[in-house]
Design a protein around this ligand. Sequence first.
Ligand code: ADP
Length: 635
Amino acid sequence: MSTETFEFQVEARQLLQLMIHSVYSNKDVFLRELVSNASDALDKLRLAKLRDDTLDADVSDLHIELETDQDARTLTVRDNGIGMSYDEVGELIGTIANSGTAQFLKELKEAQDGAGAEGLIGQFGVGFYSGFMVADEVTLVTRKAGEKQGTRWSSRGEGTYTLERVDDAPQGTSVTLHLKPADPDNQLHDYTSVWKIKEIVKRYSDFITWPIRLVGEKNGKGDDGEGAGPETLNSMKALWARPRDEVSEDEYHELYKHIGHDWREPLETIQLHAEGTFEYQALLFVPSHAPHDLFRQNMRHGLQLYVKRVFIMDDCEALLPAYLRFVRGVVDAQDLSLNVSREILQQDRHIRMMQRRLTKKVLSSVKSMMTGNPDRYATFWREFGAVLKEGLVTDPDNREALLAVASFASTHEDGEAVTLEQYVERMPEGQDDIYYITGESRETIDNSPHMEAFRERGIEVLLLTDPVDEVWVDAVGEFEGKRLRSVAKGEIDLDAREDDRSEDEQKQQAEAYAGLLGWMRERLDDDVKEVRLSTRLTRSPACLVADANDLTPALENMYRAMGQEVPHTKRILELNPDHALVKGLNEAYTEREDRSELTDAAELLYTLAVVAEGGRPKDPARFVRLMADRLERTL
Ligand code: ADP
């Protein structure tokens, strides 16, 4: 039969190069990856057969086989699972479907050190390719369950691979690694050595629920003698069903790496055994890093669902709410039908009960982390805080528990993140509200004019920079009876102000500015609904504020991005009557008959307020022209 040669997709080629020049120092893990794929293939076949028992496939002895050949220097990983069709081999092995890969490769290039690169690799499905860390040629023979003809794939990892149809392929997949020449100085890394293989399997794959057998006839002399019949290397114990004190941290971590497709240790391991009428066991993991696609629509998420130790499905979303989509793990239920579908799960009363219970369990674990291990909590919140806050909007039942574990950057001098509870505790006498500011980044909000009066008076303000912040503060509204108030919304009446200015003075000032304010409102009618004097500003000439119930510009943009039509909300322009620019403008306004010159100044003042809060001028070129013009006149 004819052999066809294909080119690897660009990204796949780049990844292969990385594997060949091995950015990963611990090469042993290639075997874990291949065994993991084999195990998935067996899960898939059992499930396919369960769904359709006419499927022409033998499921009587599903297993994984490892075979070494010292003379030929090969290692073969074989499974009798689901297999792949000719097209699937090309699609799954020749390309990298993961859309984040390009980004990954970019990050990888930027990663300064080997450790950074190692960490990055774990986030992406490079499983199969890791074989090229130890082999200079890899051959894969596979036959898809139910099909007659098989496929042989082969590559030296150098840009091309070949595909060929074969007639005599057994069911499943076998991957043969033609190992790189042995390193005489480093016997430890001889992957044809039986004890080496045993050690790796024990360390990384013991929990795999299928037997991993070593077939050794072809092992040459020099090994530890166990050459003959197949020996099962793994204990196959489901970790989630075993008492926690019998299982080592390492064992849990290896299971996490298998199901999480992550090469790094998890941050937290959470176990739950539910007894009673609906029995189940859960073993959940919080990763130590947010996945790159956490905020993408099509991110794969959800737990693995087992029914009485039988794998049923991956990515079972129904078991946890979307705001816990980063949690990985296994749930094994006693009394579910093996034939459950995703649709049924969404409706199922027991599943909903499980979801509630698992959610509470995760949140209480975060709470314990917060009190018991603040550093770990800080990592958790840095990686996943933005996702958890979605729950403040979507899950009112757990709002309190979520607020208890949420922390925020703040202007407080200690520079530490603060919880709402801590904020309220240290609120000084006379302050009734919890103040916050939202914005795109720390820089823009740190220097925002809205903050000036608060800074001057030493009033603590929460600094919120995640897009979701705009939404949850509205949804939550208050905490322990204290209103959540934006420093950029409504009239801010900071008491101290009244001390430095008598009511009379204020009245006089209001009268003196009345003309200018009214005139500016007319000039800026397209953009603002009111122009008034400010109590929030000390150094800036002007700022924009919203009415307490108005949408902020960020929210407006967010709704538009989601395809909703929202009217443009006009805001209020506040002027600082103590600022020389504003004073000068008022004088010019009162003295001059011809005010055409001043129109530009009014527009500039407005645009400066837009820029100060990190916004973009409506017409940047015009803004620059006006500005340059003014500057020139000062020279
Ligand atoms: P990942 O396992 O992270 O998806 P891999 O590169 O290891 O990435 O594998 C890509 C895909 O190839 C798998 O998702 C699976 O569909 C298929 N595959 C790999 N190994 C096997 C196997 N032994 N049997 C069947 N399919 C396999």
